[in-house]
Write a protein that binds this ligand. Structure first.
Ligand SMILES: Cc1ncc(COP(=O)(O)O)c(C=O)c1O
Length: 390
C-alpha cells in the first residue's frame, strides 16, 4: 500500500541531509554522489493524507494567522490515547515551536545561570546546548553498557542528584542515540529520584512512535512518573518526517509548572502557530496511523538488514539493538581506527556520511550512529561502498 522502497529525490528541496554544500561544511571534502546516513531525517515522503491536506491549504491560497483550534487538541488527545494509552487533558497541552527550542525555553523558565541540568550520556547534543547557552551547567550522568544495552546507574544518579541538586533532568525516552526504551520500573525510579531531590523531570518522547522491539511506556502513564513533576515534549516530527515545520507541543499536567513554562513562552512571544505546523500535527495524527505502522515494519527490516550486514562485513563492530527509532548505535572500539577517523574516512573516501558518536555530549566517543531511515537500496549501496573502502 505504501512504497517505502521508492527512491525520493531530495536534493531539490534543499534538505540539510542531502545538500552537498551543507554536508561539506560539516564533514569536509565529500564528493557529489554521497549517501547521507547522518542527521535524524528520513528519506520517505510523509503520509499521503498529510500531503493531500497541505495541497488543499496551498490551493486555497491564504496563509494568514491561525490559532490552536480544537481539532489540534482533539488530535493530540486521541493520538496519545490510542498509541500510548494515556489520558491527556486539553488544558495540559501547549503548542511550541519545535522540541529543541522548547528545551531552551524550559531551561530559561526553571533555571538561572550557575544551576545545572542532568542528562544521561551519550545523548542528543542539543540537550547540552539548551543548558549551556543559558549559562547553565551540564550534569552528565554516563549510561552504563551491559550486554550491549544501556542501563541507568541509579546509585551514581542519586549521588549526583544529592551533590548537585539539578533543577531539571532532561530524560530522553526512548533514548537517542541508542533507541533504548525505558520500562515502567525505570521511569518510576527516575521520577521518584526527581521528587526526592527537587528536580523537575523533562521528558523528550519524540522517538516514541517508531517502536521496533519492545513496549514504549509514556511518562504520562499515571502509575509511572509523578504527574505533578513532569514535563513531556513531543511532536509528530520524527514519526512522520515533518521536522522542517518546526512545530511541536508540550504536555504538563501540573498547573503551577505549566504556568511558569507558559509565562516563559509569552516572554518570547511563542503564541500563535505556523499554519502548516498546526495542520501537520492534525493531519498526521488523524490520518497517518496506517502509514506509520507500515513504516515501522519497513524500519524493522532495515534494522535487521543492517545488523546482519555489519556483523558479516565488519565483525569487530557491535551494533546495539535499536529498540526504537531509525538510528543504529555501533560500538567500534575494537576497530584499529577511532570513530572520528572512520567517519572522516567513509565520508571522504566512500562517500558515505555517518555520524561520529563523539557529538553526543559525552561517553559516545567509540561509536558511530548510522541512520537507516532510508530506502533499502541506499543501505545496501552504503555497505557495498564501505566494504570497498574500509
Ligand atoms: C531526542 C530528540 N529530540 C528532539 C529532536 C528534534 O526535535 P524538533 O525537530 O521538534 O526540534 C530530535 C531530532 O533528532 C531528537 O532526536
Amino acid at each position: 500500500m505504501f512504497d517505502f522502497d521508492k527512491i525520493v529525490e531530495r536534493k531539490s528541496d534543499k534538505c540539510r541531509k542531502w545538500d552537498h554544500a551543507y554536508v561539506c561544511s560539516r564533514f569536509g571534502n565529500v564528493a557529489e554522489g554521497f549517501i547521507p546516513l547522518w542527521i535524524a531525517d528520513m528519506d520517505f515522503t510523509s503520509p499521503p493524507a498529510v500531503i493531500d491536506g497541505f495541497k488543499r491549504i496551498v490551493e486555497h491560497g491564504t496563509f494568514g494567522y491561525t490559532w490552536c483550534f480544537d481539532d489540534f487538541y482533539d488530535a493530540v488527545i486521541a493520538f496519545q490515547r490510542e498509541r500510548h494509552q494515556v489520558e491527556v487533558e486539553k488544558a495540559w497541552i501547549t503548542l511550541t515551536y519545535g522540541t529543541v527550542s522548547t528545551l531552551h525555553y524550559t531551561v530559561q523558565a526553571f533555571c538561572k545561570p550557575g544551576d545545572c541540568v542532568m542528562m544521561n550520556t551519550p545523548v542528543y547534543d542539543p540537550f547540552a546546548m539548551a543548558a549551556q547557552r543559558q549559562g547553565v551547567q551540564v550534569l552528565a550522568n554516563p549510561l552504563r553498557v551491559e550486554a550491549n544495552r544501556y542501563q541507568l546507574d541509579f546509585n551514581l544518579v542519586e549521588a549526583q542528584l544529592k551533590a548537585h541538586r539539578p533543577k531539571l533532568w532532561f530524560f530522553c525516552s526512548p533514548h537517542n542515540p541508542s533507541g533504548r526504551i525505558w520500562c515502567a520500573d525505570e521511569i518510576r525510579q527516575v521520577s521518584d529520584l526527581c521528587k526526592r531531590y527537587g528536580t523537575v523531570l523533562v521528558v523528550d518522547e519524540v522517538h516514541a512512535e517508531h517502536i521496533l522491539d519492545g513496549n514504549f511506556v509514556s511518562c504520562l502513564a499515571s502509575d509511572c512518573a509523578a504527574q505533578d513533576n513532569v514535563i513531556v515534549l513531543t511532536s509528530p516530527n520524527k514519526a512522520f518526517n515533518l521536522g522542517g515545520l518546526k512545530t511541536s507541543f508540550t504536555i504538563i499536567p501540573d498547573a503551577a509548572l505549566r504556568q511558569r513554562f507558559r509565562h516563559q513562552l509569552e516572554k518570547n512571544s511563542i503564541t500563535s502557530p505556523n499554519i502548516f505546523g498546526v495542520w501537520g500535527i492534525i493531519l498526521a495524527y488523524q490520518h497517518g496511523l496506517p502509514w506509520l505502522d507500515a513504516l515501522r515494519s519497513y524500519l524493522r527490516s532495515n534494522a535487521h538488514y543492517l545488523a546482519d550486514a555489519l556483523q558479516t562485513h565488519f565483525p569487530a563492530w557491535k551494533m546495539m539493538n535499536p529498540e526504537s527509532s531509525y538510528l543504529a548505535w555501533v560500538d567500534v572500539s575494537a576497530d584499529e581506527r577511532s570513530a572520528t577517523e572512520l567517519t572522516q574516512h567513509f565520508a571522504q573516501q566512500a562517500g558515505v556520511v555517518i555520524e561520529d558518536g563523539s557529538h553526543y555530549v559525552q561517553n559516545g566517543e567509540n561509536y558511530l550512529r548510522i541512520n537507516f531511515g532510508t530506502q533499502r537500496y541506499w543501505l545496501e549501496e552504503s555497505i557495498h561502498r564501505m566494504r570497498q573502502h574500509y
